[in-house]
Design a protein around this ligand. Structure first.
Ligand SMILES: Cc1cc2nc3c(=O)[nH]c(=O)nc-3n(C[C@H](O)[C@H](O)[C@H](O)COP(=O)(O)OP(=O)(O)OC[C@H]3O[C@@H](n4cnc5c(N)ncnc54)[C@H](O)[C@@H]3O)c2cc1C
Length: 412
């Protein structure tokens, strides 16, 4: 603690979700002192080691994200019986014969990606962070005051404690308090859709294939999980329909879901708890200010059909860590605007490219003009057969293309 009563560290990170916890792990391994502030109390199951509860949110994780998580020692902390891979993806339309099929073998890769529950990934990250002299946790705590001066940034927590640092990173999610306190504009495109998420047991095994069926009201995804007959569901639909589905009796819901998926997985045997999320696409006008950087959902949001939100956040933090550590090595101020602008230039463009690629893909499948339904199906088949374009989209979605930070690359 310094004479002014502030606890001083190199970097304050607000939010211990996937983005914030990963950044902290990346920095502490290089000796950067971090204060990690998290609003939610610690997960009780983390302390007791109880991982029996499933999280309705199953995340598709790219090869690039796996490389980052491996480098910070979190990948090996994911229990093997909670980690799955998918080798193929099958996408088709309810109203026609058009379809698109992706296969990792086309790119000489053994897998397209991995599936892990969000809570299990967050627990693995927390385990990787534990027992580090370079990390101090503030939990549960929320930021109430934010003040920037020439050579430091200050925060006041709701419990009265005060922190200062050379840099503050907002990893506090889509409703970021830091973004609001800094007055940074967040341009939101509301899809007027909600996603219903849950984990189900199916009659037929998934065979490591991820599937999406485009229905009139939005896409329905089945993501293969670690058990052969277990899938994570993300069903994007109108807010009213999502609420209705959430409140259905389980047996009725199982029937409705099996039918909506055209019995592709046979009957639905069991459904765990169901949760809904509002869907939007958004991008912050600025990713940085002097002594402040935004990462993860605090900087951007994307439709879950892309399966990219957490992956984009991991690329943000690996890029930011690379820039911070390079600046430190050269003796430069890690909170200087000129240093942080490098991060903004790098990631804002990359994230926009990903968002626009996925938006185009969504448009191809979701064009609701009935008269154009045949055109849409022809479009899908054409996309499926034009290999160079299809492979470029695949490489982006798998985290094999784009301007990747060093830690995200596969090193052979
Ligand atoms: C249905 C669904 C399916 C998805 N599927 C995928 C997928 O397949 N692949 C993928 O990559 N992504 C997917 N996503 C997106 C992914 O879940 C998010 O992009 C990711 O969780 C964002 O991580 P984050 O760390 O940036 O933010 P968050 O996970 O929101 O974490 C923010 C953290 O900050 C804390 N916090 C908030 N405010 C404060 C404050 N004032 N002070 C202190 N702490 C604070 C919160 O408690 C939280 O712990 C999906 C999302 C949904 C809704």
């Amino acid at each position: 603690m310094n004479t002014s009563g502030h606890i001083h560290v190199d970097v304050i990170i607000i939010g211990a979700g996937v983005a914030g916890a990963s950044l902290t792990a990346l920095l502490k391994n290089s000796g950067v002192t971090c204060a990690l502030v998290e609003a939610n109390p610690a997960d009780k199951d983390q302390d007791t080691g109880d991982q029996s509860r499933t999280d309705p949110r199953a995340l598709a994780i790219t090869i690039a994200s796996k490389n980052i998580l491996q480098s910070i020692g979190a990948w090996d902390k994911i229990p093997k019986d909670r980690l799955a891979c998918f080798r193929k993806m099958h996408i088709w339309d309810e109203n026609g014969l058009g379809e698109v099929n992706f296969d990792s073998a086309d790119l000489y890769e053994p897998v397209m990606g991995y599936i892990v529950e969000q809570r299990i990934l967050e627990q693995a990250l927390e385990t990787a962070l534990n027992k580090s002299d370079h990390v101090s946790w503030y939990r549960p705590a929320e930021v109430k005051i934010l003040r920037t001066e020439k050579d430091k940034i200050y925060v006041g927590l709701d419990d009265g404690r005060q922190l200062s640092a050379s840099l503050l990173v907002a990893a506090d999610g889509q409703s970021s308090t830091i973004r609001r306190l800094a007055g940074i504009n967040f341009k939101i495109h509301d899809y007027h859709q909600h996603a219903l998420a849950c984990v189900v047991e199916t009659e037929l095994p998934h065979q490591e294939v991820a599937c999406q069926r485009f229905l009139t009201r939005g896409p329905l995804a089945f993501l293969p999980m670690a058990q052969p007959n277990q899938c994570g569901i993300v069903w994007s639909t109108t807010p009213e329909h999502a609420a209705e589905l959430k409140n259905l009796d389980e047996k009725v819901f199982n029937k409705v879901l099996a039918e909506a998926f055209a019995y592709h997985a046979g009957e639905i045997i069991h459904t765990d708890s169901r949760t809904t999320f509002p869907l939007a696409r958004a991008q912050a006008d600025e990713y940085c200010r002097p002594r402040l950087a935004l990462v993860g959902d605090a900087a951007h949001r994307i439709h879950p059909l892309a399966g990219q939100g957490a992956n984009m956040g991991l690329l943000d933090v690996a890029s930011l860590a690379e820039i911070i550590l390079q600046a430190r090595e050269k003796g430069r101020d890690i909170g200087a605007f000129s240093v942080l602008r490098k991060y903004e230039r790098w990631r804002k463009g990359e994230n926009r490219t990903m968002m626009m690629t996925m938006e185009g893909f969504k448009y191809l499948f979701e064009n609701k003009t009935t008269g154009l339904s045949w055109l849409r199906n022809v479009g899908m088949d054409m996309f499926d057969s034009i290999k160079p374009i299809k492979h470029e989209v695949m490489k982006r979605a798998m985290g094999l293309a784009g301007d990747l930070p060093d830690l995200a690359r596969s090193h052979f």
